[in-house]
Write a protein that binds this ligand. Structure first.
Ligand SMILES: N[C@@H](CCC(=O)N[C@@H](CS)C(=O)NCC(=O)O)C(=O)O
Length: 240
């Protein structure tokens, strides 16, 4: 039995992390039995989640989880797709992960009101007098990471322009299909579904959500993905 370690439900989402949602969708697509457990960042080999443990083998990182499922269990998440489509979906996935992700992080962690609404709750186990200090320290770390990545050097307005381009690209690659893979989801759907579900999270004041909502095809797609993969978590609601 495979165990998927994520953060567990938070912010009205099955998991607050788009990468954990992606790994969850990949595991569901694999058809292999798996269970979900709360992970511990300090014990994670890459100090990040998700990770899986499959028959004693630990695999960290959602992409390496995919590769493991492909090599160890013979799953082709992109079966039926030609090389051009496979390439386009991989490029889309990496754009979401390497760029859009940081805009999600910026909104949730660096906006004071959003931080108080969401991530601040992660520090409940910290003794109350230390909580603001620890929260501020982690937020400084997030800001430094975003600066080192490069995205943190842009203004919020500039980030939103990049987000709009990424969403246009995603919408164009989806086209009129039900899923990126066509009638059935492909590997890239795990990433796009995860990021659209996370991006539409109604808990936060989110210009990014506003950008997604300007693209009804992506909103409908997110609802389809959520209904199919996380029906117990309820439909995607708009913030209105
Ligand atoms: N490349 C990794 C990224 C995973 C990732 O960034 N996870 C975040 C949550 S969204 C995390 O665990 N962050 C904890 C930290 O940075 O301390 C993947 O694809 O799994």
């Amino acid at each position: 039995m495979i165990t998927l370690y994520g953060f567990g439900p938070a912010f009205g989402l099955p998991d607050p992390s788009p990468f954990c949602l992606k790994a969850d969708i990949l595991l569901q697509l694999s058809g292999l039995p798996f269970q979900r457990k709360a992970g511990n960042l300090r014990r994670a080999p890459k100090r990040k989640l998700p990770l899986i443990v499959d028959d004693g083998v630990t695999v960290a990182d959602s992409s390496f989880i995919r590769f493991h499922l492909e090599s160890r269990h013979g799953i082709d998440f992109d079966r039926g797709l030609d090389d051009e489509r496979r390439g386009a979906l991989w490029a889309l996935e990496k754009m979401l992960e390497e760029q859009l992700y940081w805009i999600v992080v910026d909104e949730r962690w660096l906006d004071d009101a959003n931080f108080a609404r969401g991530p601040a709750h992660f520090f409940k186990a910290v003794p109350a007098p230390l909580r603001p200090l620890v929260g501020a320290m982690v937020r400084r770390h997030v800001r430094r990471n975003m600066h080192a990545h490069g995205i943190g050097r842009h203004s919020r307005a500039e980030m939103l322009i990049l987000a709009g381009r990424a969403l246009d690209a995603a919408s164009g690659i989806l086209g009129t299909r039900t899923y990126l893979g066509g009638d059935e989801p492909a590997g890239g759907d795990a990433a796009l579904g995860a990021f659209m579900i996370a991006g539409l999270c109604p808990l936060f004041a989110s210009p990014l959500r506003g950008e997604i909502e300007k693209r009804p095809a992506l909103v409908a797609y997110a609802a389809r993905m959520r209904e199919r993969f996380f029906p117990e978590a309820g439909a995607v609601r708009s913030a209105a």
